[in-house]
Design a protein. Structure first.
Length: 163
């Protein structure tokens, strides 16, 4: 927000995967939708992630309209899940390489670095607000086909050291 259109800045339910949010991946899992860097693709990503993010944060009483101090204290570590749109940037490329993701878009992924795992939405499933909500529900129930992220990879190729 270089021209301060959204000032005062408050936490958002859906963010763009940048270095700032990549550093949080070691502490909190994330639902990431990788898309092309075009504005229409970013808008699409936000439009399909926002209903799932809003429902998730409402369920766990996470209030994005609260001041920053209250937001941090009320969100709690146990139920904090990031919702991110990953565009074609160095940060996205590093994350894709780290966990071995194909360079295809759109691609919906649950990345859970704290538990050394990730899951990809089944290929061929249309990415819609409803399919994202179902994917998040399955993530919460651990009902996805998770793949392991090896500890060796996390230690030797730490995403925070590269962004």
């Amino acid at each position: 927000d270089p021209v301060a259109q959204n000032f005062p800045w408050k936490p958002r339910a859906v963010n763009i995967l940048t270095e700032r949010f990549a550093t949080k991946l070691h502490d909190y899992p994330a639902i990431i939708l990788f898309v092309e860097a075009e504005e229409t693709e970013v808008q699409f990503g936000e439009s399909v992630l926002t209903p799932a993010a809003d429902a998730y944060y409402k369920r766990y009483n996470i209030n994005f309209n609260a001041p920053q101090e209250e937001f941090v204290s009320t969100s709690g570590d146990d139920h904090y899940l990031q919702f991110l749109v990953g565009v074609d940037t160095e940060t996205s490329d590093i994350l894709r390489d780290l966990i071995g993701l194909d360079d295809v878009v759109p691609l919906l992924v649950a990345v859970d670095i704290p538990n050394h795992r990730f899951a990809i939405m089944d290929y061929g499933v249309e990415i819609t607000a409803d399919s994202v909500i179902k994917f998040v529900d399955r993530f919460e129930k651990a009902d996805l086909q998770f793949r392991n992220i090896s500890q060796r990879v996390l230690e030797s190729d730490n995403i925070v050291n590269h962004v």
